[in-house]
Ligand binder design. Structure first.
Ligand SMILES: [Zn+2]
Ligand SMILES: [Zn+2]
Ligand SMILES: [Zn+2]
Length: 231
């Protein structure tokens, strides 16, 4: 355990005893597990971790302890869009911001002094005194981006090429239409006819389907590199 973790545990112990909070020893065990994982974690993830370590606490007790950790400045609560509430270790006197991948939910932390200064400058220009701020950027992480680049719309695939359907773009109406056509993620699709304009004919699950280019453009395929000889 890092030196500052030991120090924090002592602070926590002293503070809780002073505040008359009960079951300090159990709460210490939770703190120790929490500090042992330097990442953003949900209540559920912490509960699973405790369970795996053979620490059997009531969920309510774990939840209350997490809230105490937040109240006394040992943890911070984060609420990112599309994710459960996450908790992270709070380092006194330091600050960081987040990049959040909307696909795989990965969270990247960053610190940028110029960005911090610029934000204060902007605020003061507007006569604003900043008490706190959150900078969250949402998008695709480098891994997800790499995966996406390798995808191609079905309308671009050439005759004889085949691949696996990975994703559908377009709104829910378009997705519904594709589902009605019997197309699902993970299906293998082969292009029978694609003249570069007009309809495409494809084979999916041993069925031939004719579809417009607009529809085909919404189907994202990972080419499998196989190309059947045309007959
Ligand atoms: Zn910041
Ligand atoms: Zn990602
Ligand atoms: Zn963080």
């Amino acid at each position: 355990m890092k030196a500052n973790h030991r120090q924090e545990k002592r602070q926590f112990e002293r503070l809780f005893e002073k505040e008359g909070i009960d079951k300090v020893e159990d709460r210490m065990a939770i703190l120790e597990v929490f500090l042992g994982v330097e990442q953003h974690m949900s209540f559920q993830e912490l509960a699973t971790l405790l369970e795996n370590k053979g620490l059997d606490f009531e969920p309510d007790f774990v939840k209350k302890t997490l809230n105490l950790l937040c109240r006394y400045g040992f943890a911070s609560k984060r609420k990112f869009e599309g994710q459960p509430t996450l908790y992270e270790h709070r380092y006194l006197g330091s600050h960081h911001d987040h990049l959040i991948c909307t696909k795989c939910k990965k969270i990247v932390e960053f610190e940028n002094p110029q960005m911090e200064t610029l934000q204060l400058e902007i605020a003061s220009f507007h006569g604003f005194h900043v008490l706190q701020h959150k900078m969250e950027m949402y998008g695709l992480c480098s891994d997800c981006l790499r995966e996406r680049v390798s995808l191609t719309p079905l309308s671009y695939a050439r005759e004889g090429e085949s691949g696996v359907i990975e994703d559908f773009t377009g709104g829910s109406a378009a997705q519904l239409r594709l589902a009605t056509m019997g197309l699902r993620r993970g299906d293998e699709v082969e292009v029978i006819t694609n003249k570069g304009e007009g309809q495409l004919v494809v084979a999916v699950n041993a069925t031939r389907l004719a579809m417009g280019r607009g529809v085909a453009a919404k189907i994202m395929v990972k080419p499998n590199g196989r190309r059947k000889d045309l007959q």
